[in-house]
Unconditional design. Structure first.
Length: 395
């Protein structure tokens, strides 16, 4: 096995059990290794620190599978890691019985570059690193054994794969496409999931608990849901008794699915729902001119900052959309605002929201801090995994 020797002092992050090693931390490679191969990680004094997947194309040159230098990386390793991740979720009462569930959350489950979401008897797998790519077959077998799923579909088509020198890959890995559209029940609301063409693996499972929170707040309230995608927040607001729900997205396919989702729930008051296909920023400007106001505004925009290098530009976009969000609120109204940008930390995000409230002339208070659902854990040794952050603000 090839050995990756670290620069002097660069072993500290590994000793703190951080799974990433950047190119600048590497002194040299002893032996030969191709993309995805397992390499031993050694400090400059020869101490063995763990084993990692090698990625010569990426600035993240190695991702550690294990901090035990004696642990073997083989099929049995992935069966064990996948089974442990599934068991951890089964131990959380709030996740028991959920038809849409994240099974594997990459580094936070000790499997860098491996994401797996379950929708009923279908698992969607996304591999984003060279190491994950190398062990695809073992991961598929481990998932099938741990879940008993009928089929596994691969959605390895995210842009981050190109940083690893990998091409996009999609298609069936186990079983074949179901004969009927895929539908899940999320806390009493039925939702169609497009695993082949939808965002991420087909749906935003990380917002499950936040959608349920909106349901508890919505009774008798007017709700504006911006960047609504396929209507997850909107339908929960209707289920909670909202007096009206206006949902905006620029994607026609997303809104078509959103209306189809509403039709899947005949008990919901469809007459209280309105869907608007347009640019959110322009719609908010128009509403501002019209003097239109809402009791609750939900802002769940796409990722404005994929990395810290984009943070400054993203901050302006978050500031603008939240400024309009505050201006859309009735006095005493609630703003549910989110960022899924890993490059924007919680402290920075809160400052952006504070600046937006100030510029809108609103005295605002944080009622609750919001985060991803329980099946999206954040490993304490990997704070970068906390990409989704949100605030419930009363103004």
């Amino acid at each position: 096995m090839a050995k990756l020797i670290l620069q002097s002092g660069r072993e500290r992050s590994v000793l703190r059990r951080h799974p990433w090693l950047f190119a600048g931390a590497i002194a040299h490679l002893s032996g030969r290794a191709k993309a995805g191969d397992t390499v031993d990680i050694l400090a400059d004094d020869g101490r063995a620190l763990g084993r990692a997947a090698f990625s010569p194309e990426s600035q993240i040159r190695a991702r550690l599978w294990t901090f035990d230098p004696e642990e073997t990386i083989d099929d049995a390793f992935f069966k064990r890691k996948v089974a442990q991740a599934v068991e951890r979720r089964q131990a959380l009462p709030e996740l028991v019985g959920q038809q849409g569930l994240r099974l594997l959350h990459a580094e936070s489950d000790g499997l860098p570059g491996v994401i797996a979401d379950q929708y009923g008897d279908t698992v969607v797998l996304q591999l984003t690193s060279a190491g994950a790519e190398k062990w695809r077959s073992a991961i598929v077998g481990a998932l099938q054994k741990a879940t008993g799923c009928a089929r596994i579909f691969e959605r390895s088509d995210s842009e981050v794969r190109r940083l690893e020198g990998l091409e996009p890959v999609t298609g069936w890995l186990l079983g074949e496409a179901p004969k009927t559209p895929l539908v899940i029940d999320e806390n009493g609301v039925r939702l169609g999931v497009d695993i082949a063409g939808g965002h991420k693996t087909g749906f935003y499972l990380d917002q499950r608990e936040n959608r349920l929170l909106l349901r508890t707040l919505a009774a008798g309230k007017s709700v504006l849901n911006c960047f609504c995608y396929t209507g997850g927040f909107s339908l929960q607001a209707l289920a909670g008794g909202a007096s009206e729900v206006l949902s905006i997205d620029s994607s026609e396919p997303a809104l078509v699915q959103a209306e189809a989702n509403l039709a899947l729930n005949p008990d919901l008051p469809a007459e209280r729902a309105q869907w608007l296909e347009t640019d959110v920023f322009q719609a908010l400007r128009d509403f501002r001119k019209e003097g239109r106001l809402f009791d609750i505004v939900v802002l769940d925009p796409p990722k404005f900052a994929p990395s810290a290098a984009h943070a400054e530009r993203a901050a302006r976009a978050y500031k603008d959309v939240n400024l309009f969000g505050f201006r859309m609120l009735k006095p005493g109204g609630l703003l549910m605002t989110y960022s899924c940008s890993g490059g924007v930390g919680l402290e920075m995000f809160q400052k952006i929201i504070a600046d937006a409230a100030h510029d809108a002339g609103r005295e605002a208070r944080i009622v609750r801090r919001l985060a991803g659902s329980a099946d999206h854990p954040v490993a304490l040794n990997f704070p970068e995994g906390e990409y989704l952050k949100g605030l419930l603000v009363q103004a």
